[in-house]
Design a protein. Structure first.
Length: 198
């Protein structure tokens, strides 16, 4: 049994827990979330410690799901990861069975893919990124680490997304769009060309 702690609270943390719990209950995964680091009590599971306690829990055999994604604060995600003080290999890569990943997709450690997400060939998602429900990626998209894609986002082919970016609810990147590091694309927005950090 893989014992997991979710780094993060309600919102993204609760969604990561829900994916893992469904994978355990309906799809036979031997994974179990036993609590949260930081955040608050969710669905009766306790907050067992702070981010700074992660290395101690790693020595006890725990692995982690990264779910710290405050929208518009990409650098805070990286700071939270650094506070944990554990290597990338300590993070589970969560691919819900109802997500589609084509041959040739690369997921770095710590990525969470929620149900209904669709990643076409040549997509690369950086470490500790979160992909919500019904997010669609065209082929050959490159996204850096610590990115967050909210429910219903659409990322067209050949797009390039920097580190720590947020693509919010139902936002769309057209083919070959570029988001600079820490950029944010607001809910319902359409990006053609380039978005930089504001």
């Amino acid at each position: 049994m893989e014992r997991i702690l979710v780094a993060g609270g309600e919102g993204t943390g609760g969604n990561a827990w829900a994916c893992i719990e469904d994978m355990r209950l309906r799809h036979g995964f031997e994974w179990r979330v036993e609590g949260f680091l930081e955040g608050c009590t969710i669905r009766g599971l306790p907050v067992v410690g702070r981010l700074d306690d992660a290395s101690r829990f790693a020595r006890e055999g725990y692995r982690f799901a990264f779910a710290i994604h405050p929208v518009g604060h990409g650098k805070l995600k990286e700071e939270a990861f650094a506070r944990m003080g554990v290597p990338l290999e300590s993070f589970v890569t969560v691919v819900h069975p109802m997500a589609f990943t084509a041959p040739g997709v690369t997921l770095e450690p710590g990525v969470v893919l929620c149900p209904g997400s669709c990643l076409m060939s040549g997509v690369r998602i950086g470490a500790c990124s979160f992909v919500g429900t019904n997010v669609s990626f065209g082929h050959d998209v490159q996204a850096g680490p610590f990115c967050h894609f909210s429910n219903g986002a659409v990322v067209s082919s050949y797009s390039r997304i920097g580190r720590g970016c947020d693509v919010c609810l139902n936002a769309t990147l057209l083919d070959m769009a570029v988001m600079e590091d820490y950029a944010l694309l607001g809910s319902g927005s359409l990006l053609k060309g380039k978005a930089d950090r504001r």
